[in-house]
Design a protein around this ligand. Structure first.
Ligand code: PBG
Length: 327
């Protein structure tokens, strides 16, 4: 029965009523905080385009992870910035690499905190691509798989709870699964960056991680922003290859795909609220154009509402505080 019998505003009239019928509530333990661990930083280095985000020296990583744990965050996601790069990105599977040492240090001090690692080559290659280049200058898929698997195994050996490949090569989930299984890590889950788009929203991250390709772009391996059906197909392939969790990235411009992937699969799904999305909110808030707190809570809640079980965000620490105080 419609108006005047039905009045939608009845249930909006007080905070108590609104709380009673709120459909989606994001909890801190669904939030994941990305951390940049640098081999060259001697102090915390601010990332210009991401106010509040810093490249951390190894010695500061545990403190940052402790802050995340103290706020009740679900996990941290580690990215490494090596001192040296080469064409193969061999620093990425170095047992003494920044990520490997950081994982070990965090797990030693904070065994309860989940540690995820980004598995990719782009921060470690001189050319900045996510894979090995062939003679024609293109990223070679199958040669890259071997390296990617080696990185994942080195992270698992260091103690990573979850490995998250972000390279977008075909077959990487299966390759990593078999490498982990034969290395004795059949209990280590894979969070696949399944639908990762070639996006302008990664700009600030590339400044933070020093991973801008020196020539060309990533459109030969990351997805075309116009393609939704293909995103679902990518997700289903990752399920077949043995992924434990899936991801859609970026998040804000891809809410339809968070929803679509969620419906098409039965796996836990993460949405990555990427660097450019963070930078836009921070810039608008600094200019006085937006209320940062309200905007961040609204954005992150919307990703959860769209279907993301897990939300990866540079706002995670602030959001954990704000969400718990919300009226
Ligand atoms: C590495 C990687 C990137 C991001 C996460 N993993 C950069 C890229 O693909 O260029 C982006 C994260 C962000 O923008 O916050 N391949």
């Amino acid at each position: 029965m419609a108006f005047p019998t039905t009045r939608m505003r009845r249930l909006r009239s007080t905070p108590a009523l609104r709380g009673l019928v709120r459909e989606t509530e994001l909890r801190a333990d669904r939030l994941v905080l990305p951390l940049f661990v640098s081999e060259t930083a001697t102090t915390r280095e601010p990332v210009e385009a991401m106010p509040g985000v810093e490249r951390l020296p190894l010695g500061d990583v545990v403190a940052e992870a402790r802050a995340a744990a103290g706020l009740g965050l679900g996990a941290v996601l580690l990215f490494g910035i090596p001192a040296e790069k080469d064409a193969e990105g061999s620093g990425a599977w170095d047992e003494q690499g920044a990520v490997q040492l950081a994982v070990a240090a965090i797990k030693r001090e904070l065994p309860q905190l989940l540690v995820m690692t980004d598995v990719c080559l782009c921060e470690y290659t001189t050319h900045g691509h996510c894979g090995i280049l062939g003679e024609d200058g293109r990223v070679e898929n199958d040669a890259t798989l071997e390296r990617i698997s080696r990185i994942a195994l080195s992270h698992a050996r260091a103690g990573a709870d979850i490995v998250a490949p972000s390279d977008m090569m075909d077959g990487r989930v299966g390759a990593i699964r078999s490498e982990l299984d034969s290395g004795g890590f059949d209990q280590t889950p894979i969070l696949a960056y399944s639908a990762k788009f070639a996006s302008a929203f990664y700009g600030p991250f590339r400044e933070a991680a020093g991973s801008t390709p020196s020539a060309g772009d990533r459109r030969g391996y990351q997805m075309d922003p116009g393609n939704g059906r293909e995103a679902v197909r990518e997700a289903l392939l990752d399920v077949e290859e043995g992924a434990d969790m899936l991801m859609v990235k970026p998040a804000l411009a891809y809410g339809d795909l968070i929803h679509a992937v969620k419906r098409a699969t039965r796996l836990p799904l993460a949405a990555y609220n990427v660097s450019g999305e963070y930078a836009m909110v921070k810039a608008a808030a600094a200019a006085g154009y937006l209320d940062e707190r309200a905007t961040v809570c609204e954005i992150l809640t919307s990703l959860h509402r769209a279907g993301a079980d897990i939300v990866i965000s540079y706002h995670a620490k602030d959001a954990a505080r704000w969400l718990s105080e919300r009226s």
